[in-house]
Design a protein around this ligand. Structure first.
Ligand SMILES: NC(=O)c1ccc[n+]([C@@H]2O[C@H](COP(=O)([O-])OP(=O)(O)OC[C@H]3O[C@@H](n4cnc5c(N)ncnc54)[C@H](OP(=O)(O)O)[C@@H]3O)[C@@H](O)[C@H]2O)c1
Length: 238
C-alpha cells in the first residue's frame, strides 16, 4: 500500500486531499496543530491513518516530529505541504506579515527539507507544495502572502533541479490554486471559487500523474497567463 503525509490536513484543501488519498487506498499521515480535530477526521478516513500534532513554525521541533511520523509509518511515498496562512493586510499589520513568513516560508522550508532528505535516502518519492496563483505577481493587499508563495514555487523548482542533478527520481510538484472555498479564501467579488473536494480531486490526479506543475482548477491557467502578460501600469490599477 502506498503512503502519503499531508501537512496542514486538519481543514480545507489538505483535509480533502487526505480523504482522496485514503479513498485511493493510501495509508495517510495527517499533520496540523488542531489535534482536537483528529478524532473527527479519523471517522472520515477509511484506511489506516497516523496523526501528528506539529506546529511548522517551531521549525526544529517540527522537523524532528515529521521525521518521527515518517518512521512510525515505515516510510512514505508522497509528502504534501499544504499548511499555510493568508491575510488580506492592506495596513501591513506586522504580526500578520510575520505569521505569513513564519508559516508559509520558514515552516514550508523546514518540512520540505525533511521530505527531500528522506527521499534522497529512500531513493525516490514525491514532494508536493501547495503554492498559489498569487505567486505570479506581487499583491498590494497581501504582499507577504504573494511573496511567500513565490518563494514556495521557486524553492520547489530548486529542489527539482537538485534531484535531477543528483539523478534521484524525486518528483517535485508545484500546485498553484486560484480560489478554493475554504476559510482562507477571503474578500469580496471572488470568482471561479472551487469547492475543496473538486480542487482535491484535480490535485490528486496531478500527483498520480507525477506532473511538475498545475493550476487548480484548470481554468485558472487563463488568469495565470493574463497576470504574466499584464503590463505594470495595468496591474497597478487592479
Ligand atoms: N483557499 C484558497 O483559495 C487557496 C488558494 C491558493 C492557495 N491556497 C493554499 O492552500 C493551502 C491550504 O489552505 P486552505 O485554503 O485549505 O486553508 P485552511 O483550511 O485554513 O487550511 C490551512 C491548513 O494549514 C494548517 N496550518 C496553518 N498554520 C499551521 C502551522 N503553524 N503548523 C501546522 N499547520 C498549520 C492548518 O492546520 P492547523 O490550524 O490545525 O494547524 C490547516 O490544516 C495553503 O497553503 C494556502 O496558501 C489556498
Amino acid at each position: 500500500m502506498k503512503k502519503a503525509i499531508v501537512i496542514g490536513a486538519t481543514s480545507g484543501i489538505g483535509k480533502e486531499l487526505a480523504k482522496m488519498f485514503s479513498q485511493n487506498d493510501y495509508v495517510v499521515g495527517i499533520v496540523g496543530r488542531r489535534s482536537e480535530l483528529f478524532p473527527e477526521l479519523q471517522k472520515e478516513i477509511p484506511t489506516e491513518v497516523f496523526f501528528k500534532r506539529i506546529d511548522v513554525t517551531k521549525t526544529s521541533e517540527a522537523m524532528n516530529l515529521l521525521g518521527e511520523l515518517i518512521k512510525e509509518m515505515g516510510g512514505v511515498d508522497v509528502i504534501v505541504i499544504s499548511s499555510g496562512v493568508g491575510f488580506i493586510n492592506p495596513d501591513l499589520n506586522w504580526e500578520q506579515e510575520k505569521e505569513t513568513i513564519d508559516v508559509n516560508i520558514s515552516g514550508f522550508t523546514a518540512m520540505a527539507n525533511v521530505a527531500f532528505k528522506h527521499f534522497c535516502i529512500q531513493g525516490s518519492g514525491q514532494i508536493v507544495g501547495i503554492s498559489s496563483i498569487a505567486a505570479i505577481r506581487g499583491g498590494g493587499d497581501s504582499p507577504a502572502y504573494n511573496a511567500s508563495k513565490a518563494f514556495v514555487s521557486n524553492y520547489l523548482e530548486g529542489l527539482r533541479q537538485k534531484a535531477s542533478k543528483l539523478k534521484i527520481p524525486i518528483v517535485v510538484t508545484d500546485i498553484q490554486p486560484g480560489l478554493v472555498n475554504t476559510v482562507m479564501a477571503k474578500g469580496e467579488g471572488l470568482f471561479w471559487v472551487a469547492p475543496p473536494e473538486k480542487a482535491a480531486k484535480q490535485i490528486f490526479r496531478v500527483i498520480e500523474n507525477k506532473k511538475r506543475h498545475a493550476y487548480i482548477t484548470k481554468r485558472w491557467r487563463i488568469i495565470a497567463w493574463l497576470l504574466k502578460i499584464m503590463p505594470d501600469w495595468m496591474y497597478n490599477k487592479l
